[in-house]
Design a binder for this molecule. Structure first.
Ligand SMILES: *[C@@H]1O[C@H](CO)[C@@H](O)[C@H](O)[C@H]1NC(C)=O
Length: 320
């Protein structure tokens, strides 16, 4: 009986791992709640888990701490997560925490962007303020230096303007804080879903026929090296495309198939992550975690100097 249960659980978990891994692969599905910029591949590292659990900024802070400091702070976080103070962290408590962290990240990001753009300090951001702040130095007439690739920036600005207008419900070209949030984080808002689909297709559709075929789908995540045989995971992706993405089996993804893929209804990233963190740390298999169970598996929840990711430093550099 026991073995059967274990097998059953393994089966349930494995089917999740097998059906869904590609969803984390690159950007696209993360649109619907962007918990992390990293691929969720725990065989390589726990960066996805760290960002989901701490938020993107806070995860970087932890990467600078000693292992002892990280664990100490993690202990304090555990006390906060355990909202009913019964000494157990349950899936709903962990889910509430992940959602809170995510909300905080979005809100802090919006704060930063408002601060940069809102020149007249009225708490709203007009398209004029935003485009001026973002683009005038790149494509304006009065710059001192020549920016290469002006055409590309003009296109980006057009696309931003279209998204801004969609986010701006009353059409006055002034975004309230909520509207500005919808502009910056469209994946969080139902009324922006169509725009996210449109932009996704534009990004992927290399031959300009308005849909995404299997080669465009693969090219979005994989650039072949010369002479390299196609890796297994790319073959798996091709299979995914056929079996799970191309619902009407006509060889390409139209708007509704793209939408189905990037906005899955049966799939809540935060909820899955909460279950995943519990499953991986729950030594006594009672479906909830003690502080000890969490600290015993602390590397999965938070980073430290010992797990510092060199790649992050370069990434941060590149962003500027
Ligand atoms: C749990 O403990 C914290 C900190 O001591 C307290 O603020 C909070 O109200 C407690 N919550 C419950 C449900 O007792």
């Amino acid at each position: 009986m026991r073995t059967f249960l274990v097998l059953l659980l393994l089966g349930v978990f494995a089917s999740w791992v097998i059906c869904k891994p590609t969803q984390e692969k690159k950007g696209r599905v993360q649109h619907s709640k962007d918990l992390s910029d990293h691929k969720h591949d725990d065989s390589k590292d726990f960066q996805y888990d760290h960002e989901a659990f701490l938020g993107k900024e806070e995860a970087k802070t932890f990467d600078q701490l000693t292992p002892e400091e990280s664990q100490e702070r993690l202990g304090k976080i555990v006390d906060k997560i355990d909202s009913n103070n019964d000494s157990y962290v349950t899936a709903p408590e962990l889910l509430a925490w992940i959602n809170l962290v995510h909300k905080r990240f979005v809100s802090e990001d919006v704060d930063k962007q408002v601060l940069m753009s809102d020149k007249n300090h009225d708490g709203s951001v007009s398209w004029e303020e935003y485009s001026d702040q973002m683009y005038s130095h790149l494509i304006g007439e009065d710059q001192f230096y020549d920016v290469p690739d002006k055409e590309r920036y003009r296109k980006m600005m057009k696309r931003d303007e279209r998204r801004f207008k969609q986010a701006d419900k009353d059409g006055d070209l002034i975004a309230t804080r909520d509207e500005f949030t919808a502009f910056l984080h469209p994946e969080e808002f139902d009324y922006m879903k169509d725009m996210v689909v449109t932009e996704t297709i534009e990004d992927m559709d290399r031959n300009g026929d308005g849909s995404v075929d299997v080669n465009e789908y693969i090219a979005d995540m994989y650039t072949p090296e010369t002479d390299e045989p196609e890796p297994e995971w790319v073959k798996t992706e091709r299979q995914q495309f056929k079996e799970h993405r191309d619902l009407n089996k006509d060889g390409k993804l139209d708007r509704s198939e793209i939408s189905h893929w990037i906005h899955p209804h049966d799939y809540d990233h935060s909820e899955l992550e909460a279950k995943h963190l519990i499953y991986e740390s729950d030594k006594d298999k009672d479906d909830k975690l003690t502080k000890k169970e969490i600290l015993d598996n602390w590397n999965m929840f938070v980073g430290s100097q010992a797990t510092n990711y060199g790649e992050d430093l370069t990434r941060r550099h590149d962003e500027f």
